[in-house]
Design a protein around this ligand. Structure first.
Ligand SMILES: *[C@@H]1O[C@H](CO)[C@@H](O)[C@H](O)[C@H]1NC(C)=O
Length: 947
C-alpha cells in the first residue's frame, strides 16, 4: 500500500491519503516523450520509417571478424559515426548457442568495456555497461551447444545449431539477424534498422555543434528532480520482428489485456510504449501501458501451431513499442500480419535470448531453465488469506480469528500491515497494541493458521533503532550519488535509509535478522510480506530512488533499478529458510510487490493497490494470466479492491473470482469499511463462504498445478492460446482459463448485474457444468447461467481431478482428509488425471517424500498408478499417508447402459472387494452420473476399480 503524490510535507501526505476518488496522477510518471532516451529512440525509429529504403543503418558486421568456436560466435560490429568522433565505434558481438535451441545475442561497447571513458563530475560510478543482471537472474540453461556449425561466411554468415533444425543468418551490412526454424524465419533482429547503441562521447563545451538535440544527454530533470548522468547517453535499442505472428503476450506488469496492444496510436491502441520501470503507481488505472510495480522482459509470440519467445535481459528502465503490419488489401484473406516490436533500455549491454518454442510447454521450460521455476509454495499459502490495513491489535486479530470459526468460513492466514510495528520500525512490535504477539500466534496455530507480517526495505532513520544503527555502521545502505553517504529519503517511517541488497554483506546481515532467536516474538508460524521494494520513495523522482544513487560495486541505480525488488525479497526468503537452523528448514512464504525475471524462485506477487470497482475486478485476470506467461504464476489481486468500498454484489463476485487466483487474499485500505466476509448479511455471507469453500475443496488441483509449474514452468491458470494453440479465434481471450491439468474451465463473473456469461467452448469434447452436470457441446460461445450465487465453471470431458469435500477451518486440518475423484468422460468415454501431494511445509519433497499418482479411466476400469520417479524414497512419507483414501468416485457422462449398474470390483494387489455403484439418469440436458461409494482405495497404492 502507499500514499499518493511525491509531496513532501505531512499535511500533503495526509490530504492525499484521504483523497480516494481521484485517478492516477499522470504527471508523476514519465511518458516516452518525457524520458530522454525513449524520445530519442522513437525519433530514430520515425526517421528510419519515413526514409524507407533510403535509410542507411550505421551498423555493419565485419566479415573477417566473424568466428565460431565451440558454440560461440564472435565478431565486431562497427557503428559509423561523425569523423570528429573517430569515424567508427567498435561494438563486440557475441552469439552463444545453447541447449534446447536457445540462442543468446550480446552486444557491448569496446570503449566503455575497457573503461576508456571519462565520467563527468566526480562520480564514483562504474564506467562499463552493466552486465551483471545475469548474476541475479540466470540459474542455468547456459550449456553451450558446441556443435554449432558456421555454414558460410560471405555477404552474410549462416550458422546451424541445436538438436532441431535451427539456423541464424547474419546479414553483415547493415547488420541484421534472422532466426530460422525448419527453414522458416521466426524472429528478425534489426529488420527495420532501429538498432541503436549510444556510444560514449565527451560532452562538447559549445552547445549544438552537431545539430543534435543534446538536452537530455548530460542531465535530465523531471518533477523537480535532476538526474546527473556521469556517463552521458548510453541507451540501447533493437527492433525485433515476429514474421507471421499476429499475437504477442508477456512483458508484465501492466494493467492491460493479455494479448498486447499496438502502441503507436490508432483506434483501440496505445499512444505510448509499454514501460518497464518498477514503480509505486498510486491509484493505477486499467487499460494502460504505464509501468507498475514489477517487470519481466519476456515476450511470447503466437500464431496457429507455433510459439516463439524473446527474453531481453536488462534491468534498466525499458520501453517496448509494438506495431503490427497492415494486411495487404489485395492479398488472400489467410495472409498473416507480422508483429514488430522495438525494445529500448536506458543503459547496460544488449543481451537478448531467442527461445525457439515451438509450443508453450517447451517455451516455458526454456525460459524456466534460464531463470528458474516457481518455488513450490507451502500449502497453506495457496489457501485463503485475510488481510487489511490494519488489524489494529492482537485482540482484533484474535477476534477476527474466532469470528471466522463462528461463521464457519475457512481461512489459513491473517496479515499485519505496517501499523503493528513500533513507529514503522521493522522487527519490532507496537508495545501497546501488540504487547504479546506470541499468544496471538499461538491462538492461530491451534487451527494450523499462520501470521504474515510486513517488513519493508526502508529503515527508519533513528539512531537508537538497532537495525538502523547496525546498517549504517556497517555501511550496508544504498549510497547517494557521492557513493559515500547513505542515501536518505522519505517513506512510511519518515526519514529512512534503504538496505542495499546488491551487497552480499547486506544480504548476510539482513538474513540474520530473521533468525528465530533474534526476531522478537516471532514464531515459526510467522511469514513475511515485502512491500514498497521498487523501492518506493515518497519524495524521490517518480516515487523511487534517484538513478544516480550508487549500489554495491559502484553501479548506478539506473543500471539495476528493476532488479532492486528481487534482491530484497530474495534476501528475505533466504533469511526465512535459515531462521530455524540447519536441518529444520521449512518452505517460507514471502509476498513481494516488486519483482523481476527470477523472482518466481522465492516469492509470490500481487497486483498492488487496485480499486474496489468493476473495472479493476475485470482487469485482474489478464494481469494474473500475464504473470503466468512470464514464469511467475503465483499471483493474485486484492480481493474486494484495495481502495474504496465495494458494493455487496462486487464483493461477492470478487470472492468468486479470487477463488481462482493462484494467490487468494482479501485486502483493504485503512480508510475502507471493515469487510471481513462474516460481516455481510445473507445471502452475501454464504456466497462468499461458498466461494472460499470451493477453493478449499479444489486445493488438491491447485497444489498439483503448482508442482508442475515448479518443474516445467506451466502456468497455474492457463489461457486459451496456451491450451488450444491452433485455434486463433480464441487467442485474445483473457477472461476465461483452465486450472492446471484438471480440465476445469472457469469464467468468473466480472460485470455488474450479470445473470449469465458467454463462455467459449474451444473443441468438440463435452463440457459439464461443475455444479449440475449440464452438458455443453460444440465449438463456439455458449451461454451459461450465472446468478449471483454461481461461479461459471465447466469440467472438460477427458479429465479426472481429485478434490476434498469435507469443510474444515484451515487447509492444515484437511491434510488427512479423504479424496473424491471426479471422472469426466470425453467423447470416447475415457479420461485421465494426476494428483501430487507432500507434507506441504518442509523441503523433504526434494528428497522424494511425496505421493504422485496417475488416474486413468478406460471405459471399463479406473486405474490408479504411480508417477513417483524413485518410489523407494517415498516410503517414509507414504506411511504417514497410508490411511488417506478415496472415499467417493463420480463418473460424469456415463452412457445409458450404465443405468442398471449396481456394483463394481476394487482390486488392490492380491485382494479385491465389491463396492456399491448408483447411477442417476441425467435429465434436461444433464449428464448421467455414476457414484461409487467408499471404495476404500488408499491414495498411496496402486489399485483399480472395474465396472
Ligand atoms: C538470492 O540469494 C542467494 C543466497 O544469498 C544468492 O546466491 C542469490 O544470488 C540471490 N539471488 C538474487 C536474485 O538476489
Amino acid at each position: 500500500m502507499r500514499r499518493p503524490s511525491s509531496g513532501l510535507t505531512l499535511v500533503v501526505l495526509l490530504l492525499s491519503v484521504l483523497d480516494l476518488t481521484s485517478a492516477v496522477k499522470h504527471g508523476d510518471f514519465k511518458t516516452c516523450a518525457q524520458s530522454g532516451f525513449c524520445r530519442r529512440n522513437r525519433a530514430l525509429a520515425e526517421e528510419a520509417t519515413a526514409a524507407g529504403p533510403a535509410w542507411t543503418s550505421p551498423y555493419e558486421l565485419e566479415t573477417e571478424s566473424v568466428k565460431l568456436d565451440q558454440g560461440v560466435l564472435t565478431g565486431t560490429i562497427w557503428k559509423t559515426v561523425a569523423e570528429k568522433d573517430g569515424g567508427r565505434v567498435e561494438l563486440p558481438l557475441q552469439i552463444s548457442f545453447l541447449d534446447d535451441g536457445v540462442a543468446r545475442v550480446t552486444i557491448d561497447e569496446a570503449k566503455r568495456q575497457k573503461g576508456e571513458i571519462k565520467l563527468r563530475g566526480d562520480s564514483k560510478a562504474r564506467k562499463e555497461r552493466y552486465k551483471e543482471a545475469e548474476k541475479w537472474v540466470l540459474v542455468g540453461g547456459k550449456n553451450i551447444f558446441a556443435n554449432a556449425k558456421l555454414e558460410s561466411r560471405d555477404q552474410e554468415s549462416r550458422v546451424s545449431y541445436g538438436f532441431g533444425d535451427f539456423q541464424v543468418v547474419l546479414q553483415h551490412k547493415p547488420f541484421k539477424l534472422t532466426f530460422l526454424r525448419n527453414g522458416e524465419p521466426h524472429i528478425v533482429l534489426n529488420e527495420r534498422n532501429f538498432m541503436n547503441i549510444e556510444h560514449w562521447r565527451p560532452k562538447r563545451e559549445q552547445e549544438g555543434e552537431e545539430g543534435e538535440d543534446e538536452s537530455t544527454w548530460w542531465d535530465e530533470t523531471f518533477g523537480g528532480n535532476t538526474d546527473s548522468k556521469p556517463r552521458g547517453p548510453e541507451s540501447l535499442a533493437m527492433d525485433i520482428t515476429f514474421p507471421g505472428y499476429e499475437f504477442v503476450y508477456g512483458i508484465p506488469e501492466h494493467a492491460s489485456s493479455l494479448a498486447l496492444k499496438e502502441t503507436r496510436g490508432g483506434e483501440g491502441n496505445y499512444e505510448d510504449p509499454y514501460r518497464l520501470y518498477n514503480s509505486d503507481v498510486f491509484e493505477y488505472e486499467v487499460n494502460s501501458p504505464m509501468t507498475l510495480y514489477g517487470s519481466i522482459p519476456f515476450m511470447q509470440a503466437q500464431k496457429a501451431g507455433s510459439t516463439i519467445g524473446v527474453f531481453w535481459l536488462n534491468a534498466a528502465e525499458t520501453w517496448v513499442d509494438i506495431v503490427k503490419s497492415q494486411k495487404n488489401p489485395k492479398a488472400l484473406s489467410t495472409e498473416k500480419r507480422s508483429t514488430h516490436t522495438h525494445w529500448m533500455s536506458e543503459s547496460g549491454v544488449l543481451d537478448v535470448f531467442i527461445l525457439p518454442g515451438p509450443n508453450s510447454a517447451h517455451l516455458y521450460s526454456q525460459y524456466g531453465a534460464l531463470t528458474g521455476y516457481t518455488a513450490l509454495p507451502p500449502e497453506f499459502s495457496i489457501a485463503y488469506h485475510q488481510c487489511r490495513w490494519n488489524y489494529i491489535s492482537q485482540d482484533d486479530v484474535k477476534d477476527v480469528d474466532r469470528k471466522f470459526d463462528k461463521f464457519d468460513i475457512p481461512y489459513d492466514v491473517i496479515w499485519l500491515d505496517i501499523e503493528y510495528t513500533d513507529n514503522k520500525k521493522y522487527f519490532t512490535w507496537d508495545p501497546l497494541t501488540f504487547s504479546d504477539p506470541i499468544s496471538m500466534q499461538n491462538q492461530l496455530a491451534e487451527r494450523e493458521r499462520k501470521l504474515v507480517a510486513i517488513i519493508d526495505p526502508h529503515i527508519r532513520n533513528e539512531g537508537s533503532y538497532p537495525v538502523s544503527k547496525e546498517m549504517n555502521e556497517k555501511g550496508l545502505a544504498t549510497k547517494d550519488k557521492s557513493g559515500e553517504k547513505s542515501y536518505e529519503g522519505w517513506c512510511w517511517p519518515g526519514s529512512s535509509h534503504w538496505i542495499d541488497a546488491f551487497n552480499p554483506a547486506a544480504v548476510a546481515w539482513w538474513k540474520n535478522l530473521f533468525d528465530i532467536k533474534k526476531f522478537p516474538s516471532a514464531t515459526k508460524n510467522l511469514h513475511i510480506w515485502n512491500d514498497m521494494n521498487e523501492p518506493s520513495v515518497f519524495n524521490g523522482p517518480e516515487t523511487t530512488m534517484p538513478k544516480d544513487n550508487i549500489h554495491h560495486g559502484n553501479w548506478e541505480h539506473r543500471d539495476v533499478h528493476n532488479l532492486n525488488g528481487m534482491t530484497f525479497h530474495n534476501a528475505t526468503y533466504e533469511g526465512m529458510v535459515a531462521r530455524l537452523g540447519k536441518g529444520n528448514e521449512k518452505r517460507p512464504f514471502v509476498l513481494t510487490r516488486s519483482f523481476f525475471a527470477g523472482s518466481q524462485r522465492t516469492a509470490a506477487m500481487w497486483t498492488g493497490d487496485n480499486q474496489a470497482d468493476w473495472s479493476h475486478l475485470s482487469q485482474a485476470f489478464p494481469m494474473i494470466l500475464s504473470q503466468g506467461i512470464a514464469g511467475m504464476p503465483f499471483a493474485g489481486a486484492d480481493v474486494g479492491g484495495f481502495f474504496g468500498n465495494p458494493s455487496k454484489e462486487l464483493f461477492a463476485r470478487w470472492y468468486q473470482a479470487g477463488a481462482f487466483y493462484p494467490f487468494f487474499r482479501g485486502h483493504a485500505h485503512i480508510d475502507s469499511k471493515r469487510r471481513e466476509p462474516y460481516l455481510y448479511e445473507e445471502p452475501y455471507r454464504s456466497i462468499v463462504r461458498d466461494a472460499i469453500r470451493l477453493r478449499y475443496s479444489l486445493l488438491p488441483i491447485w497444489y498439483s498445478a503448482f508442482q508442475r509449474a515448479s518443474f516445467e514452468g506451466m502456468p497455474i491458470i492457463r489461457p486459451h492460446f496456451v491450451m488450444f494453440p491452433d485455434d486463433e479465434a480464441g487467442f485474445a481471450i483473457d477472461d476465461q482459463f483452465f486450472v492446471g491439468d484438471s480440465g476445469l474451465l472457469a469464467k468468473p463473473v466480472v460485470k455488474e448485474g450479470a445473470e449469465s456469461v458467454d463462455i467459449y467452448i474451444p473443441d468438440d469434447e463435452p463440457y459439464y457444468n461443475y455444479f449440475d452436470q449440464t452438458v455443453y457441446k460444440g465449438k463456439g460461445y455458449k451461454k451459461i447461467p450465472a446468478p449471483l450465487d454461481t461461479v461459471p465453471l465447466l469440467m472438460r470431458g477427458g479429465h479426472i481431478f481429485p478434490r476434498k469435500d469435507r469443510h474444515r477451518r484451515s487447509s492444515g486440518l484437511m491434510k488427512h482428509d479423504p479424496y473424491t475423484l471426479v471422472v469426466n468422460l470425453n467423447n470416447n468415454g475415457v479420461a485421465g488425471g494426476v494428483l501430487y501431494v507432500d507434507d506441504g511445509e518442509t523441503f523433504d519433497n526434494q528428497k522424494g517424500a511425496y505421493v504422485h499418482r496417475s488416474f486413468m479411466f478406460n471405459r471399463k476400469a479406473l486405474i490408479c498408478g504411480n508417477l513417483h520417479l524413485e518410489p523407494s524414497k517415498a516410503e517414509a512419507y507414504e506411511k504417514t499417508m497410508e490411511d488417506v483414501r478415496v472415499e467417493k468416485v463420480l463418473l460424469v457422462g456415463v452412457g445409458d447402459e450404465w443405468l442398471d449398474k449396481k456394483t463394481a470390483k476394487v482390486t488392490l494387489g492380491e485382494k479385491n472387494w465389491e463396492v456399491e455403484v448408483s447411477v442417476t439418469k441425467g435429465r434436461r440436458g444433464k449428464a448421467n452420473v455414476a457414484v461409487v461409494r467408499d471404495p476404500k482405495a488408499p491414495i498411496t497404492q496402486d489399485w483399480q476399480i472395474e465396472f
